[in-house]
Design a protein around this ligand. Structure first.
Ligand code: ATP
Length: 352
């Protein structure tokens, strides 16, 4: 289903037919989306899929070409960005370089004319939440990228927006810092109860962070669901390919079999479509003796990844199959013929 269960009270945001065209080009096709109160939703998709456009429509930086946007049950289709209770954290942090950390975080409160003692209390609270209590007097250039990112987050948290939008805001950080910030964001999300919409093109980040993932492709929502739902039940070839690692066989359907260039493969159940794809995840592939296996190919690469290694096995058709194998087993030889089997019910058939 494209939407969360209908529950008017628990609904933070509702887009109906929301779309954006530039000179006839659809940056976002008419889109329906429901975001629940307190949910952490990621918009995930490749470059140009419309994630930022959807975010800009939600915060009011861009006017929709058509459709309706409701936030907290109020129509916000035409309201100014400043009239929306929405906080935004941008990719480049957009800190003021000539202001200290404290002054940067104070800025949104000055704009809102919050009294000085209340402001001081909130600034202290926000800096503590992001672990920067002792950095108030520094200037942004005296901070690391990760610390600057925390200041940007504090500057957003300080005015208690009930909806927070984050656009690729961890993408400039190195892997370790990014993972640390993902944990911070989950903690802040829990502690504040705020609704967060987080844009990323990194599938691992989306899987790690989200209550639900909204997968986008070419200006449309491709699939929306929990990380587990999307990983285990991708609805399309695009979804199967974009999230996790998949081997995808393509062919003609004959009852409960797929006739592919790699061979005749069993489907999990008889299908009505004439053509389709069979998707298999690496964890479902068993390595067997070539003469006893469903398919066989040559080992092309072994990629060490801790306790498990990833194997790339090239079939005669040219298709590469990805499998996994315990790193503690004796290594297989490069070029060795390897047999591949799986239980038919572990594969997933897709007719688009
Ligand atoms: P990225 O991950 O690269 O930021 P994205 O998924 O956020 O990509 P958008 O920025 O929403 O994608 O862009 C969607 C499409 O709309 C792109 O093809 C883009 O070129 C186009 N687009 C976005 N903004 C404009 C604009 N102001 N004028 C014309 N085309 C635009």
């Amino acid at each position: 289903p494209l939407s969360a269960p209908a529950n008017a009270a628990g609904l933070k945001l509702h887009a109906q037919g929301l779309c954006k065209f530039y000179d006839g080009f659809a940056a976002l096709h008419p889109t329906d989306l429901k975001v629940r109160s307190g949910e952490l939703l990621t918009l995930l998709g490749p470059s140009g899929s419309g994630k930022t456009t959807l975010l800009q429509l939600i915060c009011g930086l861009v006017k929709p070409s058509d459709g309706i946007l409701t936030i907290d049950g109020r129509d916000h289709t035409e309201t100014l960005a400043s009239q929306r209770d929405v906080g935004v954290v941008f990719q480049n942090y957009a800190l003021f370089p000539h202001l200290t950390v404290h002054e940067n975080v104070a800025f949104p409160l000055q704009m809102r004319r919050i009294a000085r003692t209340e402001a001081a209390r909130r600034i202290g609270e926000a800096l503590e939440m992001v672990g920067l209590s002792h950095f108030g007097k520094r200037f942004p250039l005296e901070l690391s990228g990760g610390q600057q990112q925390r200041v940007a987050l504090a500057r957003c948290l300080v005015y208690h927006p009930s909806l927070i939008l984050m656009d690729e805001s961890l993408s400039a950080l190195d892997r370790k810092l990014r993972e640390a910030m993902q944990i911070e964001i989950r903690r802040i999300h829990r502690e504040t109860g705020s609704t967060i919409i987080f844009v990323t093109h990194d599938q691992e980040e989306a899987l790690a962070l989200s209550d639900r993932i909204c997968l986008m492709n070419a200006g449309r929502i491709e699939q929306i669901g929990s990380p587990q739902e999307i990983y285990e039940r991708p609805v399309s070839r695009f979804a199967a390919d974009f999230i996790g690692v998949s081997t995808i066989f393509e062919g003609a359907v004959e009852g409960d079999r797929l006739v592919s260039p790699e061979g005749v493969l069993p489907l999990p159940a008889p299908a009505k479509a004439q053509k389709g794809f069979l998707v298999i995840r690496p964890e479902h592939i068993r390595l067997e003796k070539p003469e006893e296996a469903r398919l066989a190919g040559r080992l092309e690469e072994t990629i060490y990844a801790g306790p498990e290694s990833r194997l790339i096995i090239r079939l005669d058709s040219g298709l590469a199959v990805t499998a996994r194998r315990s790193s503690s087993l004796p290594p297989l030889r490069h070029g060795e013929t390897v047999g591949l089997s799986w239980n038919p019910e572990d594969a997933r058939f897709l007719d688009r």
